[in-house]
Ligand binder design. Structure first.
Ligand code: ADP
Length: 493
């Protein structure tokens, strides 16, 4: 078990100018421009990262293409690739405290959460290291009536893959994509969110140290509508794997149509949690609170709609409001902090606007409802009673610590309520009745259902969304399949 305390000294990365990784070079943006990186707990600028744009993306894509065409990675044996990936996992563990430090500084998440998330992220990377040696096609006795054939299918890497990731758990998001991409044999360009470039850049250094050949992992920092858009439009990028908002996901579909890139989209959510009367309330109440307040509500599958069976409504709402009231909010570096800041001033403004909107829509504000503290981008954990109200508060993704609570009757209205949304990412069900649990899991149209707890994913299972929560799946076999092409070979005997 790692100690999640941050390194005491300022990480070495912050003591030198930040550079992007293109091929084997660490470079500035061609324009020479930089973007400030803020600590969201204070608003202070802690670093400046290159403002990569189209020219830099083009260089990075060329480096990736060159390494792919030369086969420097995908033609290595599975065992060698696995060994290098495992070496990278070891290096990530050796640098755990430093990475936790960078992550807390960059995105504000509480230190214990960052520590556990990074541990799990590295475990997931290891899971995919093991897949380097388990990429199989099939052999087929062909189904047609004539002649004898030897026929088989092969799985081959998709080629040059762009990995565009968000700011809410940056290193884990990077590892979740890099693991299956490298296992499949792709050469990649990783673009972290403009708010959180730090751990991605350190990951690039460690990847080279682990022995990933130059050009296989390239890292371009910069704005979404500049560096990100250049990647999604680039004709030499074969595959694009994106995690972020549904609005940007739709833009990527349009932009990537240039060359029909293969797309994996892990998008937004408005995930429902159902608490039945028979639930173990001592567990259901804190877990439902955690479903929305963990990482300050900045989780794609945050449980932002809470449905409580009528008779238990007052008790559960009071319990969650109590937790919200007593939550310790502050700087993620303080080990006692339970909830950190939002990522940026823009996000703080957006969440406060949704709170105002909820009030305007007639929802009852039960707890919270405003900015917290004088500096940094904090918002108090907020609970609305939205009984009888439907509006944007109950329909739109807020990506902040704002809960909409309302009653439900039982299995008879659960599916209608759960599925009354454009999204379909996650759902929670709290009940002691095994029949209710399985029935609810079957009726709810989301990619993930958690029973008697909420959130978390395991690499052995697919993760992704129905409806406007995305395209495709990460995790498990699906995760690596997303970075593979399939080829069928027919040999007439
Ligand atoms: P959020 O709304 O949560 O900030 P975004 O979807 O805007 O999330 O951002 C997620 C990632 O997508 C970031 O790396 C961001 O830079 C990138 N991005 C944003 N806009 C675009 C775009 N038009 N094209 C490509 N990438 C983009």
């Amino acid at each position: 078990m790692n100690d999640h305390a941050p390194s005491r000294t300022t990480p070495d990365l912050l003591q030198r100018p930040l550079r992007m990784l293109i091929g084997e070079q660490w470079v500035e943006a061609a324009s020479g421009e930089v973007l400030d990186v803020e600590n969201p707990a204070s608003g202070e600028v802690v670093a400046a990262a290159p403002r990569g744009a189209a020219a830099d993306v083009d260089q990075a894509v060329q480096a990736a293409r060159h390494s792919f065409d030369a086969g420097t990675w995908h033609r290595l044996s599975g065992v060698r690739r696995e060994r290098i990936m495992l070496r990278l996992a070891e290096l990530l563990e050796q640098h755990h405290q430093e990475l936790v430090h960078l992550e807390v500084l960059d995105c504000g998440m509480p230190i214990s959460l960052a520590g556990k998330a990074i541990e799990r992220g590295v475990d997931g990377f290891r899971y995919y290291a093991g897949m380097c040696t388990k990429i199989y096609g099939v052999t087929s006795d062909i189904s047609g009536p004539r002649a004898d054939f030897h026929a088989y299918s092969r799985c081959e890497p998709a080629g040059v893959a762009a990995l565009i990731i968000p700011w809410n758990s940056p290193l884990v998001a990077a590892l979740n994509k890099l693991g299956p991409a490298l296992a499949a044999g792709c050469s990649v360009i990783l673009k972290p969110a403009e708010q959180t470039p730090l751990t991605a850049l350190r990951l690039g250094e460690l990847a080279l140290e682990a022995g990933v050949p130059a050009g296989v992992v390239n890292i371009v920092t910069g704005l979404g509508n500049e560096a990100g858009a250049a990647l999604s439009r680039h004709p030499d990028v074969d595959k694009l794997s994106f995690t972020g908002s549904t609005a940007v996901g739709k833009q990527l579909i349009r932009d990537s149509a240039t060359n029909l890139k293969r797309l994996t989209l892990e998008l937004g959510g408005k995930s429902p949690v159902f608490i039945f009367n028979d639930a173990d309330m001592d567990k259901a109440i804190p877990r439902a609170a955690n479903a929305i307040f963990a990482n300050t509500g900045q989780i794609c599958y945050a449980g932002s709609r809470l449905y409580i069976q009528k008779e238990s409504f007052d008790r559960v709402v009071a319990g969650i409001a109590d937790i919200a009231r007593n939550m310790r909010i502050g700087d993620g570096f303080d080990p006692k902090t339970q909830m950190g800041p939002l990522i940026s001033e823009q996000q703080q403004r957006r969440v406060l606007e949704y709170i105002d909107l909820g009030v305007a829509e007639g929802a009852e504000l039960v707890e919270g409802g405003g900015r917290f503290g004088e500096s940094g981008y904090f918002v108090s954990p907020t609970v609305f009673n939205t009984t009888g109200k439907t509006g944007r508060l109950t329909q739109e993704e807020i990506f902040g610590p704002v809960l909409a609570a309302m009653p439900f009757s039982g299995l008879e209205d659960l599916a209608t309520l759960a599925n009354d949304t454009d999204y379909g990412l996650g759902a929670g069900v709290f009940t002691r009745d095994v029949g209710n649990a399985h029935m609810a899991a079957k009726l709810i149209r989301t990619g993930n259902v958690w029973v008697n707890f909420y959130g978390g994913t395991d690499k052995s299972l697919p993760f992704g969304g129905y409806k406007q929560s995305g395209w495709g799946r990460e995790g498990g076999q699906d995760g690596i399949d997303a970075f593979l092409e399939k080829k069928s070979v027919y040999i007439r005997l």
